[in-house]
Design a protein around this ligand. Structure first.
Ligand code: PXP
Length: 249
């Protein structure tokens, strides 16, 4: 079975739009778990644009499945991970100006920056590296002792979302890169995960990647939840207003 880890950053993004108290990411974590998620993924960004430090602490306390903390390989983040003890740490590249994580981690040029991951591993945390499906990055990930890799599916998803004959060729070539990357990573003893840009259309094919163990999916699930829940939410507000102004029968 392929595990589904639900990324709930997008719930925090909505809350931070008002810097208020709702929607509460801790509640989202509970509902995701009750609905079958095998794990909860959160990204504590250096600029704290969505998930906040208090979210990480509270979510660690309530999560019953697995907590995957995505973070940049900085001393501040390594310190937080040591304190929080998530089940998995996924190291990702981070640029302040980006909208979301663009491109995978350059493991080859950042070997020394990744060294503190050994301390996390010694305390029982699994360390995963978010990389492009590039043989050199996979080799470097195995060399530096990572437990897992998470293959960046963004280029595949982008190609899938484009239409036309060219789009199909691009999808095939992006899928083949992911396929070869999975085979190689497995041969080198790495656990294979994947994520980024996956939605209700392009995830089907990804499920057939060899050796795939976990998917991290966020934006499309939270987007779908907006529409799945809108009907009920409007009806409840309609009823609330009516209950105040219409005489009770
Ligand atoms: N995996 C990683 C490493 C990510 O950075 C993200 C985005 O936060 C995801 C998976 C989930 O991507 P999406 O929100 O597009 O499903």
């Amino acid at each position: 079975m392929i595990a589904l880890h639900v990324n709930i950053d997008h719930v925090a993004t909505l809350r931070q739009a008002r810097r208020g108290v709702e929607p509460e990411p801790v509640t989202a974590a509970g509902i995701a778990e009750m609905s079958g998620a095998d794990g909860i993924t959160i990204h504590l960004r250096e600029d704290r644009r969505h998930i906040q430090d208090r979210d990480v602490k509270l979510i660690r306390e309530v999560v019953q499945t697995r907590l995957n903390l995505e973070m940049a390989a900085t001393s501040e983040m390594f310190r937080i991970a040591e304190e929080i003890q998530p089940d998995i740490v996924t190291l990702v590249p981070e640029k302040r100006e980006e909208v979301t994580t663009e491109g995978g981690l350059d493991v080859i040029s950042n070997r020394s920056v990744l060294l503190p991951m050994e301390k996390l591993q010694a305390s029982g945390i699994r360390v995963s590296l978010f990389i492009d499906p590039d043989p050199k990055q996979i080799e470097a990930s195995a060399d530096c002792g990572a437990d897992d890799i998470e293959l960046h599916t963004g280029s595949y998803a982008h190609a899938f979302n484009r239409h036309g004959q060219n789009g199909i060729k691009d999808v095939d070539s992006e899928y083949n890169r992911l396929h070869q990357a999975s085979e190689m990573a497995h041969r080198l003893g790495l656990k294979v995960n994947a994520g980024h840009g996956l939605n209700y259309h392009n995830t089907r094919r990804i499920c057939h990647l060899p050796h795939l163990e976990e998917l991290n999916i966020g934006h499309s699930i939270i987007s779908r939840a907006v529409f799945d829940g809108l009907h009920q939410a409007v009806r409840e507000m309609r009823e609330l207003i009516d209950s105040e102004v219409l005489p009770a029968r």
